[in-house]
Design a protein around this ligand. Structure first.
Ligand SMILES: Nc1nc2c(ncn2[C@@H]2O[C@H](COP(=O)(O)OP(=O)(O)OP(=O)(O)O)[C@@H](O)[C@H]2O)c(=O)[nH]1
Length: 927
């Protein structure tokens, strides 16, 4: 089928070079097509390429249509682009000249060859090219849109950390078991522990516990164990590209994801998105690239090098019975190296650049074996060889695409991962897996294929060494069964993609002197140096069969690499796009749920917070006033109580002798001192009583404030420890020290007391009156005494004189006796009066009342201030909680909108990409 391809015009390959065989094999190679003088890529007068007229010279409807399609095909759209839908009849068609990147791919028949069959094939090829371009453009656009989509996701993730889907432990275990191979893909979709019934379909994708999303709330902060965000195991399985590759001890990645802070997960996700964008950009470049790389890998000693040599028909790569390929050998056409056959051994950790000799060492081909055996100096080498095969048969150079064959080291536990990474590289279009017919697929082989299947939907399988198998039918069946388990899609097309061959049966040119195979000893067991089977008539039948099998393989491989380029070049892009869009869709769906439940949660929170805040604000004002009032009332009460108590105490201090015994006239001064002390004690006791009263009042005041605090702040109220016994410890009423109350003689007589007594005691009336009269006279006289004396004058002076002197003497004596007798009653009054006067002058009562009241105020202020602070803090906290919740709601609303759009958008993009049907190659249909 290679004859349907023309040289890529962009490379400027001349037809002569492409048809090195120079023979007309009747297979309508490009060389059969008569060229216009301006080849390659000649243009007609309108500046467009000319095309053949299909059929025997007459212009058919189809030819016209094709001509006009090609005239208008820009490859990348332009005015002809009507929409995104691949497969739409309005898809981009136009002149390849408008897009240089297409030139390499376009195969443009120009003139009728005169051979209807050839013309028909040319037409088929052109249609194939158009179809290819349509798919490529569709995928290129999809890549652009997905890159935009991912960039948007990256931006959102920076402001609203995206939630990461994960599965429950039981599910993970199931998932891990099931995920051991793609063949079991569907088996675990319904596996669930009986004790954990599967969630309903909708919730199964995004089944968050109701309180799960409450991460930003205060409650969530104190939550210790967060329930995992759940997705079904199946979705977890499908979530592939953005999956976080975390490993830490025995912890599973999902557990790790949950143990990580939300921000850390978001930044890990950001890294994944960035990598994905880079990969997409590389894929876009890749699908525009005309070169193709084929990675030949497989188990140790499976015959990979022998197979490559067989494809090249030259013993280029070293073959050995023992594993010998230790580095990646890329075989390229020598034309890409100025026609020189050389080996460029690339230094370790260096990016190869053919134009920069510091990146590699140059060796002749004969040294290749040595380089390949030693893996300590180089990681890979580029082997430039001259292609011995014609353009019709060559795999390296077929006139359309430049192919490089990469012989990889055999797979083992050390190399599997490296090779899998290598195979994932976007420039690897095709993976050819060589498996030994005798050994079947080893564990390393299986692991590699599963890893590669993530991107390469189809793997070209070469079952080598088939000649060694006796029961070939059984071997075929067993291998195909294994292929079914490993790569179902490959199995589906096993007639084209799975080949049972004996590579060593293919005749090859001898190796270069001193090169692989030891000095050009010739071909392998197939014998011969040409393309034809050996001439040995004995083994002819068998050998012919082997060679035919290999030819069939080659045809399929060429078809796979070249004619089905769409698969090899575009499928990785499509597969990757489908995977990433699927991941984005899952992520978006999960986050829609999260955002929704977050909005519900914060709305509920707000419904709680708002009234709380209002009542807290109200309480702050009201309680503040109430406390002030309570304190003032308590203090006033205490002040009044103290004042009254002390007043009463001082006023009545002189009412009695307070239990102080009167020792008689001679001990009257001692009596006065004791009396003073007793009075002061009495007053002090009254003060102490007032303090005790104040203490009791304070305790109840503190309790009242505490009750208020508990009522308004609940658990947030911080109680202060209050010790009432510490109050009034320092005695500020050291009264005895301050009072100076000397006893005077005058204090012994209290006239007011005597007068009161005079009425009560009859016997002493006259004497007292007399004494009073005398005393009164003595102290200034009274009017009635004066009157009495006037009357006496009238009675007669002599008589009166005789009477009056003894009477006065008697009265004085009686009065003196009486006064002396009244000292115990008179002295307390006198002293009390003096004490009261002195206390008054000291402002004793007010000072003590104020002292006690202010002490109480001071004590009450502590819990009051504490409560005020608590209330203020509560208002502030509720306020900031409300602000935060409002912020979260706004952010969640934005996120909900964004992720809802993303769900729709990713689903739409996924449909568009899925519609790019790379299997429906038109060539087959036309043929
Ligand atoms: N009988 C038989 N022997 C083969 C076939 N293909 C390869 N061999 C032999 O198998 C041995 C290994 O071949 P290689 O091509 O070196 O194998 P390889 O897979 O490249 O080996 P490493 O890459 O070094 O692991 C050589 O001795 C080959 O001659 C085959 O189809 N049939």
């Amino acid at each position: 089928m290679s004859q349907e391809y023309f040289p890529p015009m962009s490379k400027g390959k001349s037809p002569a070079r492409n048809n090195r065989s120079g023979r007309d094999d009747g297979n309508n190679t490009p060389n059969d097509v008569p060229r216009e003088p301006t080849t390659p890529g000649s243009v007609n007068s309108a500046g467009r390429p000319g095309y053949v007229t299909v059929g025997s010279g007459s212009t058919s409807y189809h030819a016209h249509r094709l001509q006009s399609i090609l005239d208008n095909d820009s490859g990348y759209g332009g005015s002809s682009i009507a929409g995104d839908e691949p497969g739409s009849s309005k898809l981009p068609l136009g002149s390849p000249r408008t897009d240089p990147s297409l030139a390499g791919d376009m195969v443009l028949p120009r003139q009728s060859t005169g051979n209807p069959e050839t013309d028909y094939r040319h037409q088929v090829t052109a249609i194939s090219q158009l179809w290819y371009n349509q798919q490529r453009v569709a995928l290129g656009r999809a890549i652009n849109r997905v890159v935009d989509l991912l960039q948007g996701l990256q931006e959102t993730n920076a402001t609203w950390p995206a939630h990461y889907p994960s599965v429950q432990r039981t599910d993970i275990a199931t998932h891990e078991r099931s995920a051991s191979g793609p063949g079991l893909h569907r088996t675990f979709s319904t596996v669930t522990e009986p004790s954990h019934p599967p969630p309903p379909p909708r919730r199964s994708m995004t089944g968050f516990p109701d309180d799960e999303s409450a991460e930003s709330s205060k409650d969530a902060e104190v939550k210790t164990a967060e329930a995992p965000r759940l997705v079904s195991p199946q979705i977890a399985q499908e979530f592939s590209i953005l999956k976080l590759d975390l490993k830490l001890g025995s912890m599973h990645q999902s557990e790790l994801v949950h143990s990580l802070e939300k921000g850390s997960v978001a930044s890990l996700l950001d890294g994944k998105i960035r990598t994905s964008i880079k990969h997409l950009v590389a894929l876009r470049e890749r699908i525009d690239d005309t070169s193709s790389k084929v990675l030949v890998t497989g188990d140790l000693n499976a015959g990979k090098s022998t197979f490559c040599n067989a494809l090249l028909r030259r013993k280029v790569l070293p073959e050995d019975q023992q594993p010998c390929t230790s580095i990646f050998c890329e075989v390229l056409d020598a034309r890409e190296n100025g026609g020189l056959e050389e080996v460029h051994a690339v230094h370790k950790d260096t990016i190869y650049n053919r134009h920069d000799e510091t990146t590699y060492d140059v060796f002749p081909l004969s040294k290749l074996e040595q380089i390949v055996l030693d893996n300590s100096t180089y990681m890979q080498c580029k082997v430039y060889v001259k292609d011995v095969r014609t353009v019709d048969e060559s795999l390296l150079n077929n006139g359309v695409v430049d192919i490089a064959l990469i012989d990889a080291p055999g797979l083992n536990s050390d190399t599997t991962k490296t090779t899998a990474i290598f195979a994932r590289q976007e420039e690897i279009d095709v993976v050819v897996f060589v498996v030994s017919a005798a050994n079947h697929f080893t564990q390393s082989a299986k692991e590699f294929i599963w890893a590669a299947a993530a991107e390469k939907a189809y793997i070209f399988m070469v079952v080598n060494g088939f000649d060694m198998i006796r029961d070939q039918e059984r071997c075929q069946k067993m291998i195909l069964d294994q292929v079914y388990g490993l790569s179902p899609r490959t199995y589906k097309e096993s007639s084209e993609l799975v080949h049972f061959v004996s590579s060593n049966a293919i005749p090859t040119l001898p190796p270069p002197p001193g090169g692989p195979g030891g000095g050009g000893s010739g071909s392998s067991s197939g014998g011969g140096g040409g393309d034809e089977p050996g001439n040995d008539p004995k083994g002819k039948g068998k050998e012919k069969e082997k060679i035919e099998d290999f030819h069939k393989l080659e045809r399929s491989l060429r078809q796979f690499v070249l004619e089905k380029r769409a698969r090899s070049k575009l499928t990785p892009a499509k597969t990757y796009l489908m995977n990433i869009l699927n991941d984005v869709h899952v992520l978006a769906t999960v986050n829609v749920e999260v955002a929704q439940s977050e909005i519900e949660r914060v709305t509920r929170d707000l419904e709680e917070i708002e009234p709380q805040l209002e009542s807290s604000k109200k309480a702050k004002t009201e309680v503040g006033d109430e406390i002030d009032q309570t304190i003032e009332l308590t203090c006033k009460d205490i002040y009044d109580h103290t004042r009254n108590t002390l007043n009463t105490a001082i006023f009545h201090a002189g009412d009695s002798t307070l239990g102080v015994p009167y020792p008689g006239l001679f001990g009257v001064f001692d009596f006065a001192d004791d009396l003073k002390e007793a009075m002061l004690n009495e007053i002090s006791t009254a003060v102490t009583d007032c303090e005790e009263h104040a203490r009791i009042k304070t305790v109840s005041g503190v309790n009242a404030i505490k009750q208020l605090g508990i009522h308004h702040l609940g658990n947030e109220y911080h109680d202060l420890s209050f010790r009432s016994d510490v109050m009034f410890r320092r005695r500020r009423d050291a009264l005895a020290k301050e009072i100076d109350l000397p006893t005077e003689l005058g204090d012994l007589v209290d006239w007011s007391t005597l007068l009161q007594r005079q009425e009560k005691v009859a016997g002493t009336g006259m004497a007292l009156t007399l004494a009073t009269a005398v005393g009164g006279r003595l102290v200034g006289g009274t009017s009635w005494v004066d009157h009495a004396l006037s009357a006496a004058k009238i009675v007669g002076n002599d008589n009166l004189r005789k009477l009056i002197i003894p009477a006065v003497a008697l009265a004085v004596v009686s009065a003196a006796v009486y006064v002396l007798q009244q000292i115990p009653q008179s002295l307390p009054h006198r002293l009390s009066a003096k004490l009261s006067a002195q206390l008054d002058s000291m402002d004793y009562i007010h000072a003590n009342s104020t002292r006690i009241a202010s002490s109480v105020r001071k004590v009450l202020r502590f819990p009051a201030d504490n409560l005020r602070v608590g209330l203020t803090r509560s208002v502030e906290q509720l306020g900031s909680r409300r602000d935060e919740t409002l912020k979260t709601r706004t952010e969640s609303e934005v996120a909900l909108k964004y992720f809802s759009n993303l769900v729709r958008n990713s689903a739409h993009q996924r449909t568009l990409v899925a519609d790019v049907d790379l299997d429906a190659h038109p060539q087959g249909q036309v043929a």
